[in-house]
Design a protein. Structure first.
Length: 261
């Protein structure tokens, strides 16, 4: 279609008269000539007509691209901006209508990032939903097999934490939650050391170590804090600090409730 043919088709589709479309832009006679291919409008005129018709200027200028192609290109730019700014939810909502490999990969990444953030906050039920979506998107994309494995690992981990599955395979099977922490930092090693103290009979020393670890465990994420609280509760019960154990149980159960969201 020529530029004039596109303008006419859009005008008729929107039930606009020539006078309504041209008001304040050009004369009706000039529009008639443009629509019939007898005159070439300026860029400024085309821009004004495009705005009034509600289409991108590029659509009127391009001889090959269809309107849907132009709109898709414009939306891809918006998707890139949202992705770069970290707005994964909006980015994901725009990607839903596309099923090309790049879109599926980006959808998998968005779901992974949303799942990780929710997992860190302790909202395990919601995190699991995003990891499940990530696995589905990743399976459809030739580029995202690594993301599928990552999503499945986190689904297994969440099921384990929630008591619905086996311990996920890792170097520290008895400390399944460690897999949820990106950097195996001093929080993890100190927690392991505290557990070793308890196993060797130094329960009081383990309780002191775990209590000192709580502020850092909170920074490491809700799952880490849950396990530290759980161990501290057990140690405090063992040494007869019932009030302290009760406080730990209260905090742990509050986290458990949060994990179901």
């Amino acid at each position: 279609m020529t530029t004039g043919e596109k303008i006419k088709a859009l005008r008729v589709g929107k039930k606009l008269t020539q006078a309504e479309l041209t008001d304040g832009i050009i004369t009706r006679n000039m529009l008639s000539q443009i629509e019939n291919g007898l005159a070439n409008p300026s860029i400024g005129t085309l821009r004004s007509l495009a705005e009034r018709l509600g289409v991108p200027l590029e659509y009127l200028l391009s001889e090959e691209a269809g309107l849907s192609d132009i709109e898709k290109l414009r939306q891809r730019d918006e998707i890139k901006k949202l992705f770069s700014s970290g707005d994964m939810e909006k980015c994901l909502s725009l990607l839903e209508k596309y099923d090309d490999d790049e879109s599926l990969l980006l959808s998998a990444v968005c779901c992974t990032e949303l799942g990780r953030e929710l997992m860190r906050k302790g909202k395990l039920f919601s995190a699991r939903e995003y990891f499940s979506k990530s696995a589905v998107y990743a399976e459809k994309s030739v580029f995202a097999c690594g993301l599928r494995r990552y999503a499945e690992k986190n689904i297994s981990l969440i099921d384990y934490i929630m008591g619905r599955g086996e311990v996920p395979a890792s170097d520290y099977d008895e400390y399944g939650y460690i897999s949820s922490i990106e950097n195996r930092n001093s929080v993890v090693s100190r927690h392991v050391a505290a557990r070793r103290l308890a196993e060797k009979g130094d329960v009081r020393g383990a309780a002191e170590a775990l209590r000192a670890l709580l502020p850092e465990a909170e920074e490491a994420g809700a799952v880490c804090r849950y396990y530290v609280l759980s161990d501290l509760e057990g140690c405090l019960k063992a040494i007869g600090d019932i009030a302290g154990a009760y406080e730990c149980a209260e905090a742990r159960l509050a986290l458990k409730e949060e994990m179901n969201r």
